[in-house]
Design a protein around this ligand. Structure first.
Ligand SMILES: [Cu+2]
Length: 171
């Protein structure tokens, strides 16, 4: 009996009513050690869960961040967990919640594929492949470029020191 390849591009992967789909990462400029990845998380109508961790083999550390505009400045904040309500689709996208990849082992090049593993409280780990898109790409989520904020003024609250902002990857 032939098996289909697991987690084909765009198909996503499902465990216990939680589906992770449409994963992609943004290409990084040369020398950058921080990248960002985006995807969608869907829950069945009878499933509630909690995203508690993310990881990738291309990065030493990965975190889920939220973004918000405050006085015209894009602020990012690390989220310890994201609660998933039944029947909802959570979209991680540029200018919104995103996965941050720290200490990249190599630059992310357009056309490459990186693996991401999301760990859920009940569904356990779900692995997906994320295709790397161009630096200016806003992804399948179809968000348009934001005209308001100044991307160079991105900074992190909380655990990050000021010199660890990752504005460099959001040019
Ligand atoms: Cu971030």
């Amino acid at each position: 009996m032939a098996l289909l390849p697991a987690a084909a591009h765009g198909q996503g992967a499902t465990s216990k009513g939680v589906t992770v789909a449409n994963a992609w990462a943004r290409a990084t400029p040369g020398g950058a050690t921080i990248g960002a990845a985006f995807l969608e998380i869907r829950t069945d109508k009878n499933t509630s869960d909690r995203l508690t961790a993310v990881s990738s083999s291309v990065a030493d550390k990965a975190e889920v961040h939220s973004s918000s505009m405050q006085n015209g400045v894009m602020k990012m904040r690390r989220l310890d967990a994201i609660d998933l309500k039944p029947g909802e689709t959570l979209v991680l996208k540029p200018m919104g919640d995103h996965i941050m990849l720290f200490d990249l082992k190599q630059p992310l090049k357009e056309g490459d594929t990186v693996d991401l593993t999301l760990t859920f409280e009940k569904a356990g780990p779900i692995g997906v492949k994320a295709g790397v898109k161009g630096m200016a790409d806003m992804g399948p989520q179809g968000v348009h470029h934001h005209s308001g904020g100044n991307m160079d003024s991105m900074s992190h609250d909380g655990m990050m020191s000021p010199d660890q902002t990752h504005g460099d990857m959001h040019h």
